[in-house]
Write a protein that binds this ligand. Structure first.
Ligand code: XUL
Ligand code: CO
Length: 440
């Protein structure tokens, strides 16, 4: 193999220098070893780099060609380029100080002319990934398969009207799970890709959704067969690329999992920009999944309020990261999941150094969100206000309803006796919002 040159020679390891540092190639808030609620920031956040955006993003958009300056992306046979890119990826991740990464099979290794050739490409890159993992201690947070780029998936993969698209996808996912297992991946993610429809007239929705469930059952069975015990995730997204994706939002996905008997095997991987496309805040999606016991992992990014598609920007809002981390702490953390930056630098941010700025900013924003959320939990003022709002439910009537001992008839009796409900108290939304701001 050709000698491996450093791709970022001017950048050393990114270190924590504290909030007053003026060095923008340092962490101001992410101090990996610092303890928050007795756990290191590193273990709370379990940051991951998304291979597809960070190492395969070109900056092209529907109006223009690639803009990214990536000197290591030289011309050559695709497998050699992929292997060289693997070295660069690990140099980047080590300098950044992240513990995890995530990939699609086709991000790390090129598609071959046949399935067998694609598999052998993937094996060759997996050898190198494995040796870099061993050397660096960086781990695979989750693997996945790209079931949306190739024309064989034009109508979807598991939900395609073409049975052999399903069969090919099954073969591809089998291999991706095998490689994820081999790389000791902590999880495996299903994102719908083109599992959805553009036009209901030409779509047998029931059949397609049944097929998606069959597909996931096959994945779960295969994992069991080979002894892969990593966590499976289902990642909701309401639209894009199809008009309507079957994995619309957390509630839809959880309903799907329960309907088809998959609820014991699969949790949610929630992504901020997908939540907002579904008309929800990320906090809503986290809360919904958390309260149902399905909170698994996070794809961290943000959309743009003025743009109606999946812009996948790096998250820098402290308000957003506070909302996220408050809810994550409430439901006991993310492990074995983590915070995966499913985010891409802007087309206009085309220099390699922008990759560092983007991830440093995201990691700092989440570290701040974590410490703010922990402070809110430590003094309990927000929880106290919330408890006060529901205080009436601590009455014997409230307890009776919650434990199932009251009925329509018993409640009617009590309301007939009192004549009317006691007046409601103020919701105090502004007070809540002002209180949150005192921690920021
Ligand atoms: C697409 C998206 C995917 C999944 C993995 O919007 O988020 O990259 O995270 O397939
Ligand atoms: Co994602």
């Amino acid at each position: 193999m050709a000698e491996v040159k450093e791709a970022f020679p001017e950048i050393g390891p990114i270190r924590y220098e504290g909030p007053s540092s003026k060095n923008m190639l340092a962490f101001h808030h992410y101090n990996a070893d610092a303890l928050v609620e007795g756990v290191t920031m590193r273990d709370h956040l379990r940051f991951a780099v998304a291979y597809w955006h960070t190492f395969r993003g070109t900056g092209s958009d529907p109006f223009g060609s690639p803009t990214m300056i990536r000197p290591w992306e030289t011309a050559g046979d695709p497998l050699t380029v992929a292997l060289n890119r693997t070295h660069v990826a690990f140099e980047f991740m080590e300098k950044l100080g992240v513990g995890f990464y995530c990939f699609h099979d086709r991000d790390v290794a090129p598609e071959g002319r046949t399935l067998a050739e694609s598999n052998s490409n993937l094996d060759a890159v997996a050898d190198l990934l494995e040796s870099h993992q061993k050397r660096s201690g960086i781990r695979l947070l989750w693997g996945t398969a790209n079931l949306f780029s190739h024309p064989r998936y034009v109508h979807g993969a598991a939900t395609s009207p073409n049975v052999e698209s399903f069969a090919y996808a099954a073969a591809q996912v089998r291999k991706a799970i095998e490689v994820t297992h081999r790389l000791n991946g902590a999880g495996y993610t299903f994102w719908g890709g083109r599992e959805g429809y553009q036009c209901l007239w030409n779509t047998d929705m029931k059949r397609e959704v049944d097929h998606l469930a069959r597909f996931m059952h096959m994945a779960v069975d295969y994992a069991k067969q080979i002894g892969f015990t990593g966590q499976f995730y289902f990642e909701p997204k309401p639209r894009e690329p199809t008009k309507h994706q079957y994995d619309f939002d957390a509630a839809t996905c959880i309903n799907f999992l329960r309907t088809y008997g998959l609820e014991k095997h699969i949790k949610m991987n929630l992504e901020t920009n997908h939540a907002t496309l579904a008309g929800h805040e990320m906090q809503h999606e986290l809360e919904y999944a958390g309260m149902q016991g399905f909170l698994g992992s996070i794809d961290a990014n943000t959309g743009d309020t003025l743009v109606g598609w999946d812009t996948d920007q790096f998250p820098t809002s402290l308000y957003l990261s506070t909302q996220i981390m408050y809810t994550v702490l409430k439901y006991g953390g993310l492990t074995p999941g983590g915070v995966n930056f499913d985010a891409k630098v802007r087309r206009e941010s085309f220099e390699p150094i922008d990759l560092f700025h983007a991830h440093i900013g995201g990691m700092d924003a989440f570290a701040r969100g974590l410490t703010i959320a922990a402070a809110m939990r430590a003094d309990g003022a927000v929880q106290k206000l919330l408890d006060e709002r529901y205080a009436s439910w601590s009455s014997s009537m409230g307890k009776g309803i919650e434990d199932g001992s009251e009925s329509f008839v018993s409640l009617e009796k009590q309301m007939l006796k009192s004549g009317d409900a006691t007046p409601c108290s103020s919701g105090r939304q502004e007070l809540f919002e002002n209180l949150i701001n005192t921690y920021l």
